[in-house]
Design a protein around this ligand. Structure first.
Ligand code: ADP
Length: 395
């Protein structure tokens, strides 16, 4: 059975085709600059890459092109779309209504539309991708897999904000959490690594990429997470501020005359590592600059590590017993420096990594034999999770 996974952003669209008989990736690619001049598709099969300039003024044209490329006689992946059983879509926000992956029907689309209010960039793009597939491949099952779903097991004490309760009732203002598909994948994989049933593990999942979040996972279920109503809360990220005193916003809006949209844009796109360092949101650049003595780059990295460390401590307190801490995401999987820095000084809490074992970018145990709590690198695989859920729902 073949499953196509689609991750539709506002101006890009990533795809992967899986053969679910052995969970093998048959091919993958990305359409870039949708709706902008210079659209192109990058298609990859067996390590070979093909780039083509295309017309993609909208998501329908982008999906048409994807279907054309994957059924291409020479470099395609299937001989016809009939070979694809179903399509799985990554969707940012499913709100309180959609708490697990689900076959898409009119009701599901209505909920995705309703939550555009809290996912103004992603939910409309996700919906465009879904509607384009429905139009071009009518009758093919479409499944939505939500970034928020895994976190719906959080208790109210962790998701209700300390503001008048009426705003939760009126608008559903609460913590939702994101990266759920990644945190869920890491949880499943860590249970296998620990050789324990999933519902018996307590772990802290640490997903560090352009967007970063931690989850406290209790008995295999999300108990708390750092992102909130939107992906802005929690850690300081590549370009997002993370936690700050809300008065910062009201002060700046008054003093600088920023509109809510401008303030949002500053907090989401111009803050975080980029905002503090004033040089880059990419941790490779920051690590290089810090190495060369750039003080601001060093401050940025120290701030990032300190915040991750602080949440690890907080989640240890929330969970009581912790079996493992798992690093994932572009930074968590690749930056040996950040991993070592984040857990430095936590020996008293039973966390110690082994420098030699930490010298890896693959799935591995990196804690020392003395470490009471195991530390793993678990490369995430959100696309595979989406493909698995899609298969399950369309079997
Ligand atoms: P996204 O959140 O967009 O999925 P990723 O999880 O791929 O992003 O993470 C991207 C980030 O990972 C980059 O911005 C970069 O900061 C970081 N990164 C990737 N490779 C390395 C590396 N070798 N060392 C340090 N940071 C890295």
């Amino acid at each position: 059975m073949k499953i196509l996974v689609i991750n539709c952003g506002s101006s890009s669209l990533k795809y992967q085709l899986f053969d679910m008989d052995n969970e093998e990736v048959l091919g993958k690619g990305i359409v870039e600059r949708i709706g902008i001049d210079g659209s192109r598709i990058k298609h990859e099969v067996d390590g070979e890459k093909f780039v083509q300039d295309i017309v993609a003024d909208n998501h329908t044209q982008a999906i048409e092109k994807v279907f054309e490329v994957i059924t291409d006689e020479e470099n395609g992946l299937v001989s016809s779309l009939d070979e694809i059983t179903a399509i799985g879509h990554r969707v940012l926000h499913g709100g309180e209504e959609l708490t697990e992956s689900t076959l898409i029907d009119d009701h599901v689309k209505e909920v995705i539309k309703e939550y555009v209010k809290f996912g103004p960039l992603h939910n409309p793009a996700n919906l465009m991708g879904i509607e384009a597939c429905e139009k071009i491949a009518p009758g093919k099952p479409n499944v939505a897999v939500f970034d928020t779903a895994f976190h719906q097991s959080m208790p109210a004490m962790n998701y209700i904000y300390g503001i008048p309760y009426e705003y939760y009732e009126k608008y559903r203002i609460r913590k939702f959490g994101f990266h759920g598909t990644s945190h869920k994948y890491i949880t499943k994989r860590t249970a296998e690594l620990l050789e324990k049933p999933e519902d018996e593990i307590n772990i802290i999942t640490v997903h560090l990429g352009n967007g970063s979040s931690l989850s406290a996972v209790k008995n295999g279920k999300c108990f708390d997470t750092t992102m909130g109503l939107t992906p802005l809360e929690g850690l300081m990220m590549g370009t997002r501020s993370g936690d700050l005193d809300p008065t910062v916003l009201t002060f700046l809006m008054e003093e600088e005359g920023f509109t809510p949209a401008e303030m949002n844009s500053i907090l989401n796109k111009k803050s975080g590592a980029l905002g503090v360092s004033q040089m880059s949101s990419d941790f490779r650049d920051l690590e290089d600059a810090a190495e060369e003595g750039n003080e601001r780059a060093k401050l940025t990295l120290d701030m990032f590590s300190q915040r991750v460390r602080k949440y690890i401590g907080a989640y240890m307190a929330e969970l009581g017993h912790v079996d493992a801490i798992c690093f994932s995401g572009g930074i968590g999987e690749n930056s040996l420096i950040m991993r070592a820095d984040i857990v430095s000084g936590l020996e008293e809490l039973g966390i110690e990594i082994d420098a030699e074992r930490n010298n890896t970018r693959k799935e591995a145990l990196i804690s020392s034999d003395n470490s009471r709590i195991k530390v793993f690198v678990v490369p995430t695989n959100e696309e595979l999770m989406i493909a698995r859920d899609t298969l399950e729902l369309t079997k």
